[in-house]
Write a protein that binds this ligand. Structure first.
Ligand SMILES: Nc1ncnc2c1ncn2[C@@H]1O[C@H](COP(=O)(O)OP(=O)(O)OP(=O)(O)O)[C@@H](O)[C@H]1O
Length: 284
């Protein structure tokens, strides 16, 4: 599986006084198993971009080639694209609607035309992958669950379709710190289990620095930067000009360096900062 996005441009309400150029000439690619983080200020075009990847939005111009097929071409069957490319919207729990968790998670695979046994197997696997107890939760109403549980059930519904590409638009928005950590761990688990391409939109630089193999930085509808966490977060001034900060561990160690403490490195992960501080403090 590979995705190539070429010169993608999208304009909302084109020709009307309120027209807005949400994407302009965006080009990048993602390969099998890659974890792609997408960052950028509010309104920079992140959600608009990912909604093109599974055909919800059509571009004004440009192409999206999914394993050799241009999904923006006339006559492409969107159902086939959505089998391969799953999108978890912001606050996906608002889309839960069935009476039981089991039925809700089964909805997507049911639409794929799979047999009952295969649907049941996938539902169980997806519920367990998102860290919920299948037997305990399957007959419960999704509406009686906690916020974090609802979010997981909604994500399980997309995972159960076994998408080759899984897109998550701010999956931890509004969750408390524990649920935030749990959902991220779950995403890492799904990624290592399924080996799919993941696109993760987040405002949390620590999460992106930790998880992404490749980062796309959006700014006013343009792809302003792309690269590894090391490449992106070594350009602090450029990020600041786009309203973006370094991960908090990198900021902390920068402050320590300013105070004359001998910390070299970028400290993109909190564990690296902890280890350096620990080694420093335990000396003599
Ligand atoms: N349905 C729409 N109709 C008109 N304009 C829209 C629509 N959706 C988004 N826009 C505009 O397109 C631009 C990009 O919006 P988008 O939601 O893609 O940004 P974003 O980076 O995902 O923002 P956020 O971080 O706040 O979710 C913004 O200027 C926004 O106002």
């Amino acid at each position: 599986m590979s995705i190539q996005v070429k010169h993608l441009t999208h304009i909302y309400s084109e020709g009307l006084p309120q027209q807005s150029v949400a994407l302009e000439d965006v080009t990048f690619s993602a390969e099998d198993g890659q974890f792609v983080g997408i960052i950028g200020h509010t309104g920079s075009g992140k959600s608009t971009l990912v909604q093109h990847l599974n055909g919800i939005l059509k571009p004004k111009s440009g192409q999206i080639i999914v394993s050799g097929t241009d999904i923006t071409a006339e006559g492409v069957v969107l159902r086939d694209i959505r089998k391969k490319i799953g999108l978890v919207f912001q606050y996906p729990e608002y889309q839960l609607f069935e009476e039981t968790v089991e039925k809700d998670v089964a909805f997507g695979p049911g639409n794929l035309g799979l047999g009952e046994d295969e649907i049941r197997r996938r539902v169980k696997e997806a519920i367990e992958l998102v860290g919920l107890d299948y037997e305990e939760i399957r007959k419960r109403s999704p509406f009686d669950l906690s916020g974090g549980q609802k979010r997981r059930v909604a994500i399980a519904g997309v995972i159960a379709m076994k998408p080759e590409v899984l897109i998550l638009d701010e999956p931890t928005a509004g969750l408390d710190p524990k649920a935030h950590r749990d959902v991220l761990q779950m995403i890492e688990k799904v990624h290592s289990h399924e080996g799919n391409i993941i696109f993760l939109i987040s405002h949390n630089m620590d999460d992106i620095a930790r998880m992404a193999d490749k980062i796309l930085v959006m700014d006013n509808g343009r792809l302003a930067m792309q690269g590894t966490a090391e490449e992106i977060f070594s350009q602090e001034e450029k990020l600041a000009s786009m309203g973006l900060a370094l991960p908090s561990s990198a900021q902390l160690m920068k402050l320590a360096r300013k105070k004359g403490l001998p910390f070299d490195g970028n400290f993109l992960r909190i564990e690296d900062a902890e280890e350096a501080l620990y080694q420093f403090l335990k000396k003599d």
